[in-house]
Design a binder for this molecule. Structure first.
Ligand code: URP
Ligand code: ZN
Ligand code: ZN
Length: 472
């Protein structure tokens, strides 16, 4: 099976040029001018951009969290991702402290196998490090083909680990050349401030940001940087939201710490005022670290443009508004089965997360490229190529080169539309970007040469995606 995309402007991390791209049996087989292949289906790319498939390095699809489960499964999430131009997702495998890590990764894999339309892999969550952990992690690397870990400094008692466990995890990672992705917020500070605010009657979603201020995130980053410096581990700070956090990491880089920085689309396109919306609407915008004042978003755009920030993911964490987010309603608090608890709720009970896997590239293009904040090559770097390089997928993914997987996004820059829950493919009952004007869209999307989106319409059947084995 061959497809020939003619005359599009190929945009990669390093180049922009007009060419024909031929894909045969799932890989890119030829790039050039006036390619002939009488067997191939021809697609006219004139006036359009051809990007390497976008990679979201931070999603949650199966997530038991804060007393409930995230809303998407791999059918809805991978369809949503592809409709937005994302062809590979890296999910966080998040076992609880009491779970067996090998059983956990097998469970997470089973949630995707046979139904994902995207290609996918996982960051292995380390939520406990005891005498058995090292042997389990060795097996997960060797047999389950995972080469990156995930650690939470936040959420102590649930997913978060203690400092001695962090030291052991980073030491193991350094010895085995694994990248450790880390959620950096000081858990004790968050818990103390949360208690104080709730005791003062400050219970609405607008108090979520003050409970996790920028200093708390910066402290988490500084903390991780010290541990990375002591152990020599390569670390990747997920969902970096604010100026002092980026500064803590860049200061460590100057000391020789190997640290990558991820931000997420929500921090670039939303701000803390959204969590202040009346009638509990603000709960739609509760995520951690929280949405910040606009100056932080402006700074993050600058740091993407100058290459300080390596990647833009989503931290897609989908919870319904009418049911799940209401678990933290100050008056109408419900439990996970939607039964009134009879007790007043508060912001600490709102499941954290913003559904966004579908919207990341549209937002980066519309609010980044079209507004002159980033150029096209930077879009490709931060939303595809850099993640592929950091997480051992390059040049199979993140590239338009002969031999790369034929994961391609033909982007129509002339398209105009609006984001809405009415038309999105995610399973949630709301969109955090409702009504946003969008410029451009993924008109045609392929995963290893399979056309899964055509003319902006879904063509997939489910199960076209593959687990991506990674090796050191
Ligand atoms: O609010 C967030 N970020 N929810 C998902 C869990 C996490 O911390 O990544
Ligand atoms: Zn996190
Ligand atoms: Zn996350």
């Amino acid at each position: 099976m061959s497809i020939l995309i003619r005359n599009a402007t190929v945009v990669t991390a390093g180049e922009e040029y007009v060419a024909d791209v031929l894909c045969t049996d799932g890989t890119i087989t030829e790039i050039g001018k006036d390619i002939t292949d009488l067997e191939a289906e021809e697609i006219d790319g004139t006036g359009k951009y051809l990007f390497p498939g976008f990679i979201d390095p931070h999603v949650h699809i199966y997530l038991p969290f804060m007393g409930t489960f995230s809303k998407d499964d791999y059918v809805s999430a991978s369809k949503a991702a592809l409709m937005g131009g994302t062809t590979t997702m890296i999910e966080m495998c998040c076992p609880s402290r009491s779970d067996d890590p090998i059983e956990a990764i097998q469970l997470w894999k089973s949630k995707a196998a046979g139904i994902s339309s995207c290609d996918y892999t996982f960051h292995m969550g380390v939520t406990r490090f005891d005498d058995t952990t090292e042997a389990s992690l060795r097996r997960i690397v060797a047999e389950e083909k995972i080469t990156s870990l995930k650690v939470f400094l936040a959420y102590k008692g649930a997913l978060g680990i203690e400092d001695d466990e962090l030291f052991k995890t980073l030491t193991f990672a350094a010895e085995n050349k694994l990248v450790v992705t880390v959620h950096c917020e000081n858990a004790e500070l968050v818990a103390a401030i949360q208690r104080k605010l709730v005791a003062e009657g400050k219970t609405g979603p607008e108090w979520h940001e003050p409970s996790r201020p920028i200093a708390v995130e910066a402290e988490g980053c500084h903390h991780l940087m010290t541990f990375a410096e002591m152990t020599g581990a390569e670390v990747y700070v997920v969902h970096t939201s604010c100026i002092p956090a980026v500064e803590a990491i860049t200061a460590a880089r100057a000391r020789g710490v190997r640290a990558h920085i991820e931000t997420v689309a929500s921090y670039l396109t939303l701000d803390s005022s959204y969590a202040e919306l009346p009638d509990f609407e603000g709960a739609k915008y509760v995520m951690s670290p929280p949405l910040r004042a606009k100056e932080h978003g402006d700074f993050l755009w600058e740091k993407i443009a100058d290459g300080t920030i390596n990647t833009v993911g989503t931290d897609h964490a989908p919870f319904d508004f009418k049911t799940q987010k209401h678990m933290g309603h100050p008056v109408e608090c419900v439990d996970a089965e939607m039964k009134p608890t009879g007790k007043p709720g508060n912001f600490t009970l709102i499941p954290n997360g913003i559904p966004s896997v579908e919207e990341r590239v549209k937002l980066l293009y519309t609010e980044g490229v079209c507004e002159g904040k980033i150029d096209l090559r930077t879009l490709v770097k931060c939303a595809s190529t850099n993640a592929a390089k950091i997480f051992g997928l390059y040049p199979r993914k993140g590239a338009i080169e002969v031999g790369s997987d034929a994961d391609l996004v033909l982007w129509d820059p002339g398209y105009r539309g609006k984001i809405s829950v009415e038309t999105h493919s995610m399973a949630t009952d709301y969109s955090a970007f409702e009504g946003r004007e969008i410029k451009g869209r993924a008109e045609l999307v392929t995963v290893r040469g399979q056309v899964l989106v055509r003319d902006g319409e879904w063509q997939g059947k489910g199960g076209e995606g593959e687990f991506l084995e990674r090796e050191i």
